[in-house]
Write a protein that binds this ligand. Structure first.
Ligand code: ARG
Length: 256
């Protein structure tokens, strides 16, 4: 009787150890590179991601850093073309895509999204002396509109006005440059980058009416629900303790 009991106990112990090891091993496999959180972004999108002396900074970079810290991972940021981020996340090249990325139903077919951490607005930039005064006028006319390739600005506009009137650029500021030199009549881009591009280039303004309101989130491989859950948990803690709000406030001060 005693013998059987100790046998049960030791078998039980071995099972427990096995389980513990398995869950440990699983944890290590949660990211594409052991011990690292690899984030893909497109770093020409202030104040979410941009270069400051060779270092990528901004709201997304800081939130990702805080999440990585909570998950005990080292954050590695890779600057890539915006329209290659989702495919790279799907093929496990990167753990997450974080790039002021809008949650859309179509993208949800390809990747999972974390909880949202910010709101975005698709804004319209025009020359200060432009005859275009609102979004309807932009859509109804035969104006050429610059966008960053593969962004929601690109997708919605192409839907609304057709290929011929949409001019695609690999970076948002290239689209703004084309507007400054009169190659396009307007640019549709997210509101916060729009503000910083307008501040950096003379003779441009943002229309008061906006084109679309959207939510930003991180995208994650559909099979990696473990990382999704861990990120959402970290995100919730960082929201609850005010960290996220403080990071956003640092880059987008609410009173000016
Ligand atoms: N919010 C838009 C989208 O998801 C534009 C994002 C562009 N981001 C960037 N880092 N360039 O399509």
């Amino acid at each position: 009787m005693k013998k059987i009991f100790s046998k049960i106990v030791s078998v039980g112990l071995i099972l427990c150890m096995g389980l513990a090891m398995a869950s440990c091993a699983k944890k290590k496999d949660m990211t594409v590179q052991k011990g690292k959180l690899t984030m893909a972004t497109n770093a020409y999108f202030p104040p979410y991601e941009y270069y400051d002396n060779n270092k990528i900074v901004g709201i997304d970079a800081e939130i990702a850093e805080a999440i990585a810290k909570k998950l005990d991972l080292e954050l590695v940021i890779q600057d890539v073309e915006f329209d290659s981020i989702i495919a790279g996340v799907q093929s496990n090249k990167y753990d997450i895509g974080m790039a002021g990325m809008t949650v859309t139903d179509e993208r949800k077919l390809a990747v999972n999204f974390s909880s949202t951490y910010a709101t975005g607005i698709q804004a319209v930039i025009v020359a200060e002396d432009s005859e275009i005064t609102d979004v309807d006028m932009l859509l109804d006319g035969d104006y050429k509109v610059g966008v960053q390739q593969g962004t929601t600005g690109d997708i919605y506009l192409t839907d609304d006005v057709g290929e011929d009137r949409v001019v695609r650029f690999s970076k948002g500021n290239d689209a703004v440059l084309a507007l400054s030199t009169g190659k396009v009549d307007a640019v549709v881009i997210d509101n916060e980058p729009a503000k910083s591009f307008v501040a950096a280039n003379e003779g441009l303004k943002i229309l008061e009416t906006s084109y679309a309101v959207e939510d930003y989130a991180m995208c994650i491989n559909k099979n990696n629900t473990e990382l999704l859950d861990a990120i959402n948990k970290a995100l919730k803690e960082l929201t609850d303790d005010g960290t996220i709000a403080a990071i956003i406030e640092k880059y987008i001060p609410s009173n000016g």
